[in-house]
Design a protein around this ligand. Structure first.
Ligand SMILES: Cc1cc2nc3c(=O)[nH]c(=O)nc-3n(C[C@H](O)[C@H](O)[C@H](O)COP(=O)(O)OP(=O)(O)OC[C@H]3O[C@@H](n4cnc5c(N)ncnc54)[C@H](O)[C@@H]3O)c2cc1C
Length: 396
């Protein structure tokens, strides 16, 4: 018997054998989320995308809560207490369906719930987290403003004291889940620096008009937040943090999910291209038999599985409490950039069909344009790494 016959067979879906790194519980999480997305998202997503809406978002949120996907890696308060690797696997499966669904889950769990879980009072946690984990209340996270995106330290939204109360004024822009949220975590300037506020969205003076005419993340709710003399009790402020460190640590957690999620969009596009290349014939044979197509597929597979391996590595560091924000920037920068390239190359393999919503590749590619920008643009993550490498700050 030759040495190679003792080796496990080559698996085109897992050419590096990365699944060997997973425990049975990890595989169970992955299978659960994959099955949910196959049943509840994939049959409808092209239509939702074309319509530019996410119908039944509250039911979807409750179903995601039922499978433990909301606030998945948080513990207590009805959260699943899953590992970082399991949370990452869930993000990958959700984004393989659509980045909009993964965004719903990321903003809920890693931004809104994470902020309350990490920086909130016991009363805030008890009041909001169990219902958010169950998907009964959707949360949003308001940091970006019309004039302040990459530089949130310069935000204008402010909170002023009036007796014991706080009065919030300002505008937030591009806020995922805004119009469907029951609670908004809003960051605002105060006399003491930037602070977070837990704002019930039925507060007087709060509104969240939806942003329309998007060509990316069309199956995701994106909104403006308008705060016009919103009066909140003293207990609405998050007591656990002052300064930009608060929102930035939430973003680091959410970006970690994107490191995995982007590879889901890439995997879906790769699979579509591989499948197409085997059946589409030109010049009398399948296009997958041409060397140029094989070069594309080989390069796509290399970047896809390198990206998944990188996500695993970061996940294990997070589980060990050793993941630095610069390492998350490394992962987000690489994986989103490579995922877009994979989707664009997949698009070329599908030829004209590549621009059709009958196939997922163009939808994923246009979604990833948002993912490339939100939670820190490519350039911001290059600057984070540039600073870490050189010790020189080039942000301003
Ligand atoms: C679909 C969608 C959903 C979103 N959801 C949310 C959300 O839920 N909550 C939230 O708070 N925000 C959200 N955002 C906002 C997102 O985080 C911001 O768009 C992002 O931070 C970039 O800000 P900006 O769009 O204002 O771009 P800008 O900051 O104006 O940047 C424009 C360009 O200039 C570059 N640039 C800026 N400064 C420098 C510099 N110093 N050096 C080099 N280049 C620089 C940027 O990299 C970018 O290429 C969302 C955005 C989108 C598109």
């Amino acid at each position: 018997m030759s040495a190679s016959s003792k080796l496990p067979p080559f698996d085109p879906a897992d050419p590096l054998g990365i699944d060997d790194l997973l425990e049975p519980e990890d595989l169970a999480v992955r299978d659960t989320v994959r099955a949910w997305a196959a049943d509840r998202v994939l049959p409808h997503i092209a239509e939702w995308y074309e319509q530019g809406e996410l119908p039944g978002v509250h039911e979807l949120a409750q179903e995601l809560g039922a499978i433990g996907a909301l606030g998945m890696s948080l513990s207590g308060y009805g959260c699943a207490g899953a590992s970082a690797v399991q949370y990452g696997l869930a993000c990958l499966e959700l984004e393989a369906a659509d980045s909009g669904i993964r965004s719903l889950v990321s903003v809920q769990g890693s931004l809104a719930m994470y902020a309350i879980h990490r920086f909130g009072s016991e009363e805030q946690k008890q009041r909001w987290l169990p219902r958010m984990a169950a998907g009964e209340v959707i949360g949003c996270f308001g940091l970006t403003e019309p004039d302040h995106g990459s530089d949130p330290a310069a935000m204008r939204t402010h909170a002023k004291r009036d007796g014991d109360d706080w009065i919030l004024n300002g505008r937030k822009m591009w806020i995922t889940n805004g119009s469907v949220a029951g609670v908004a975590v809003v960051w605002a300037q105060t006399e003491d620096g930037i602070r977070g506020f837990v704002v019930p969205t039925d507060s007087r003076g709060f509104s969240a008009p939806e942003i329309k005419h998007k060509w990316s993340l069309r199956a995701s709710v994106t909104s403006e937040l308008v705060l016009d003399d919103v009066r909140l009790p003293a207990t609405a402020a998050l007591p656990g943090v002052t300064g930009l460190r608060g929102p930035l640590s939430c973003l680091s957690h959410a970006r970690y999910g994107i490191v995995w999620g982007a590879m889901g969009a890439a995997r879906s596009s790769f699979e579509a291209a591989l499948d197409y290349s085997r059946t589409r014939e030109q010049f009398g044979r399948p296009i997958g038999g041409f060397q140029l197509t094989q070069a594309k597929l080989a390069d796509m597979a290399v970047e896809l599985h390198k990206g998944i391996l990188l996500a695993h590595h970061l996940g294990r560091r997070m589980d060990a409490g050793r993941l630095r924000p610069e390492q998350v920037s490394f992962g987000k920068l690489n994986n989103v950039r490579e995922a877009i390239e994979i989707c664009r190359t997949a698009r070329t393999i599908l030829g004209a069909n590549g621009i059709s919503l009958e196939y997922p590749v163009m939808r994923h590619a246009t979604n990833l344009e948002s993912v490339l920008t939100y939670e820190g643009t490519v350039e911001m993550h290059q600057l984070v790494l540039g600073k870490a490498l050189t010790g020189l700050d080039a942000f301003r």
